[in-house]
Write a protein that binds this ligand. Structure first.
Ligand SMILES: [Zn+2]
Length: 166
């Protein structure tokens, strides 16, 4: 799914936005109690489209994402629906099983933390890591090391960013 979570957030909070189908459905998911005509106004579509979105949304239970801690919907198949973390970046648990094996969970966590660092949330990542028990932190470090691709300069993105700022 290609979702601009910032746009979904704006529409869910009342600012009309042009949304694609996936984004519109995510807005509808987040506002179950709003009337269809209001949701249609916020996404520049017809009431009929919103009715269809409501009917098409899979039954899901709201719960806290085990990875990013934000509200997420778990579809009855046990798959976590796409959702953003608190920085409105798509959480790597999106589309994953709610009870993944240890390897998948660890890999998803490493990917999520790396994305957060890249969008400038180093302090948030620091906070997350320092609160983890030492053995879990070491497991993440091991997984992160194993995930470094065998290329000339895996940290080229750092110098690229510096060049952009300069
Ligand atoms: Zn999440």
């Amino acid at each position: 799914m290609n979702i601009d979570w910032f746009a979904v957030e704006c529409a869910a909070n009342g600012t009309p936005m042009r949304l694609n189908t996936d984004e519109r459905r995510m807005m509808v998911r987040r506002r179950p109690n709003l009337p269809e005509d209001e949701l249609a106004r916020r996404s520049f579509c017809t009431v009929r489209t919103i009715e269809r979105d409501r009917a098409d949304l899979a039954d899901a239970e709201q719960q806290q994402c085990p990875l990013c801690g934000q509200t997420a919907w778990v579809i009855h198949t046990g798959i976590v629906e796409a959702h953003p973390d608190k920085l409105l970046q798509e959480c790597p648990m999106s589309g994953q099983s709610v009870a993944p094996d240890w390897e998948s969970q660890t890999a998803a966590t490493v990917v999520w933390l790396s994305r957060r660092i890249r969008v400038g949330d180093s302090l948030g990542v620091w906070d997350y890591l320092t609160k983890l028990p030492v053995d879990q932190r070491t497991q993440l470090l091991m997984a992160a090391l194993a995930g470094i691709p065998d290329v000339d300069d895996p940290f080229a993105w750092i110098t690229e960013e510096v060049e952009q700022v300069a």
